[in-house]
Ligand binder design. Sequence first.
Ligand SMILES: [Zn+2]
Length: 591
Amino acid sequence: MPKKSRNGCRGSAILINPSPQNRRLFILGLDGGTFDLIRPWVKEGRLPNLGRLLDSGSHAELTSTIPPMTPPGWTSFMTGMNPGKHGIFDFTEREPGRYEVKIVNATDRQARTIWSLMSQAGKRVASIGVPLTYPPEPVNGVMISGFDSPVLDRRIMQPPELFDELEKAVGGYPVSPDFARHAVRGDLKRAVEIICETMDQKARAVEYLFKREVWDCFMLVFGETDACIHYFWGHHDPSSPHRPPGADPGMDPIRTVYEKVDEILGRLLPLLPPDAGIMLVSDHGTGGAGRKMVYLNRWLEAEGFLSFRSGAGRGPFRAMQWRLLEEARSWARAVLPQSVVKRLRYRSGLGAKLESNQRFSGLNWKQTAVYSDETPHYPNVWINLKGREPQGIVNPGEDYEALRERVMQRLSEWRDPETRRPMIKRVFKREAVYHGPCLERAPDLLLQWNLDDDYSYLNGSSLMALGKNPVVPIRPHGLGRAKSMLNRSGSHRENGIFLIRGEGIRPGHRLSGAEITDVAPTLLYWLGLPVPADMDGRVLIESFEDAYRRDHPIVREDTSSRVPQDRAHLVYSEEETKKVEERLQSLGYIE
Ligand SMILES: [Zn+2]
């Protein structure tokens, strides 16, 4: 069995191909992948292929971006830059000069990707399923966008003909598993089956592409490892406050998904050239979500920084409206096919406006100095700044600085009403986290909550809140809205994963201090390519053998890979917007 000899022996094939210029690299990306899950299952012998990689490669916990979210995480991976340079901070970004957000895509990225750099160097590349690569860019090879793609047709592939080619060869490529309906209905078995079938189908497409040609760099990302975390952490973790009543202790959907990853790895690795390098990477880690909802704008109100319009979001009626909206959303997720839900969500302008309504309506801007987007994922704070916000009241300069200091001070004193422990782990001014030309697009302050008994706080929308309390324990299974809470039993953590195995790499080595921006420089170095000087990350040189380091000096190329996109910015046409509007109306999202 070739599988055994290739995966089992440390660097077995390493002497075959000493020239870095002819290197081949396979990168497996696991969205939300974490050693916190992998290590124990490796010990139990459940993930033999990942276990062999850990033994034979060099690995590290990989510090994600702030916030540890899919869009900035993968974009920092693919550019080697911090969000201040590449410009992707979250799924959404503020429209300049307006209290509105829009959904971002790859055309908002202000930096070149590793695939673009490798293509320019004449490498054949494949990038399959990496988030925030829609629309796909032309590369010397193929690109298929990730699970955040708004459509499911030829437009997700570059070249577009690949779509038909894969249809014909293997029956098509599924962007992401259409399992939410089953999960919401409680049909766990079917939901997990669908996830695994989708991963198998992706693997068939990859096997086909492996056979079609030999790639210099082939990357595949499984978003399924993240999707299952959000939906099934309660099933995985017996102590989770979201543990469904009567959960089967013998069934762990997350473990099943990781076992599927391992099985696919076992199928793919033997198809690679024997001297190929292997890399594992994730955009952030994962952990359990807790049972307390935080309403940041309610806290800002209580502190005197923010004022709601009278009646806005206060009364049970308003809260009921928002709840109905949430119900409609989870209902849509539950009953509609994925293709329709995607269209609903996408950058229709309208979808984004809806988000904006939820986030910003109800604030009395004339009496609001500080406010939060209240994104469902990670907390941030904006100053209502004159000249920048449409109804700003805070002067730039000294007033702005003094106010930021005061908010930081008060935040650091904020205690959990139940445990009396500090709510905030860290609060940053944006310039302490980001640097570069896109800094101005970042929120003024970035917050990290502490964990509450190992579980993360949930971020609520204040307009949904009944009452004024900023921290509210939710009832088990969530405000009677089990459906919409179901996908929140797991959440993100800062620590992701990194592993590299191949020529010159120290086997079984564990390094520390690795950051997500370090991955791009490291893989370019291993492939014998220069590292652009303005990449923020460093080559993770500790992963390499001493002799290798001596023989292969790092080349920092004095060119910039931070170039504005030359592609046209992607915006929906009027007709497309209208179609989405109609659908939204039929669902009761808008009147
Ligand atoms: Zn992610």
